[in-house]
Design a protein around this ligand. Structure first.
Ligand SMILES: NC(=O)c1ccc[n+]([C@@H]2O[C@H](COP(=O)([O-])OP(=O)(O)OC[C@H]3O[C@@H](n4cnc5c(N)ncnc54)[C@H](OP(=O)(O)O)[C@@H]3O)[C@@H](O)[C@H]2O)c1
Length: 342
């Protein structure tokens, strides 16, 4: 089997470390493994598949000889360095928002748009390109919506999200843990270094900057990316995103309005249960939650029920690990498709 030379940019971050865990867990057939982070991490190492790898910084020529580079360092780094990875002959799988809405690049959730992926040949990377990994909250939403859209048609979608602090990276996790301890000791928390407001014992109805239309950037990402991935450019999608004081995994309350009138709950749950990437939770209590979804691969769907206000609208509760399916797992699955590994 072909050995694939892999780079991970942002290897010391929470998504980067999840990439390393998954490369090991899924026995990804890597030859060389090169890890990149900022100057702050120079001198550090990270472990993968029982070997230690040094962390290096990004320098001209640093991708030479690599077949595949995972980017998880933010928009500016991807914007500058992902084209350089492609110029060096590697597929660049990008977790940032830099290329997602650019029509030149595919936006991929393999369970939904795997057919748009290029395929590497057994010996070369002809056709190497940037492949955009969607936003974490978009990925779990489209995995749950795609089977309904395919079978019944989708008229509109509304979603309210409950997003964990790991979505804001390592600083988000550290801030929740530290400020929760401080608050429990009786001290008042008045400021946040990571979020728009203190997160301990709080829900914050803003993720990213709020624009002139009143929507924040996370909501805009969900609305635009969902329509692009489902290949329904005029699909009305309305999102309201909230940061909640949970550590990991995002939850979403979803209202999906179907074109077709389906009267049977069993038919809807049957469609969801057989869908790629979805695990239907119908045993007591009948819904997934953040703590049980963390560290797991599926997009969990529960509490499916029909709306009283509109019989074509179905409600569901969708939960998934934002670091795995929402980021690194989706990226690894993209690579597995490109290199024909699964
Ligand atoms: N967290 C999620 O759930 C999630 C989901 C989907 C997509 N994403 C995206 O994934 C990316 C990483 O997110 P994260 O949550 O893993 O953040 P994070 O924990 O803050 O990690 C950021 C990573 O970027 C590295 N970095 C910073 N400046 C750099 C530079 N100049 N050169 C090279 N590397 C640099 C950091 O290295 P140092 O440790 O040396 O600072 C660290 O490895 C972001 O684009 C984010 O939007 C995140």
């Amino acid at each position: 089997m072909r050995k694939i030379n892999v780079g991970v940019v942002g290897a010391t971050g929470v998504v980067g470390e999840t990439f390393l865990n998954l490369i090991d867990e899924r026995e990804f057939p890597f030859g060389e493994l090169r890890l990149f982070a900022s100057e702050n991490s120079l001198g550090q190492t990270r472990k993968c598949a029982d070997q230690e790898f040094p962390v290096q910084t990004l320098t001209e020529g640093c991708f030479n000889g690599l077949d595949l580079v995972f980017f998880s360092s933010g928009d500016d780094i991807s914007q500058e360095w992902a084209p350089k990875a492609v110029a060096a002959g590697a597929y660049a799988v990008d977790n940032s928002a830099a290329f997602r809405m650019d029509s030149k690049f595919p936006l991929i959730v393999p369970d939904v748009t795997g057919d748009l992926l290029p395929k590497a040949s057994a010996t070369s990377n002809d056709g190497a390109t940037i492949i955009a990994n969607p936003n974490c909250s978009t990925i779990q939403l489209v995995v749950a919506l795609a089977p309904l859209a395919k079978k019944y048609g989708l008229k509109s979608v509304r979603v309210a999200s409950y997003q964990s602090v790991s979505g804001a990276g390592r600083n988000g996790i550290e801030e929740l843990l530290t400020t929760t301890r401080v608050a429990l000791e009786g001290e008042e928390i008045t400021k946040s270094a990571t979020f728009p407001a203190p997160i301990a014992f709080n829900c914050i109805p803003q993720i990213g900057r709020i624009g002139e239309d009143g929507f924040c950037t996370e909501e805009t990402k969900i609305m635009k990316e969902t329509a692009k991935i489902l290949r329904l450019p005029s699909l009305p999608v309305s999102a309201f995103t909230v940061r909640v004081p949970t550590l990991n995994s995002h939850a979403e309350a979803v209202w999906a309005t179907l074109e077709k009138n389906v009267t049977s709950l069993n038919e809807i749950t049957g469609t969801l249960a057989g869908a790629p990437g979805v695990e239907l939770v119908d045993e007591s209590p009948g819904y997934p939650m953040q703590t049980s979804a963390s560290g797991q691969d599926p997009v969990y769907v529960g509490r499916v029920h029909r709306d009283h206000a509109d019989p074509n609208t179905w409600l569901m509760w969708v939960v998934s690990d934002n670091l795995r399916k929402g980021a690194a797992l989706n990226g690894i699955q993209i690579a597995e498709h490109i290199f024909d590994l699964k």
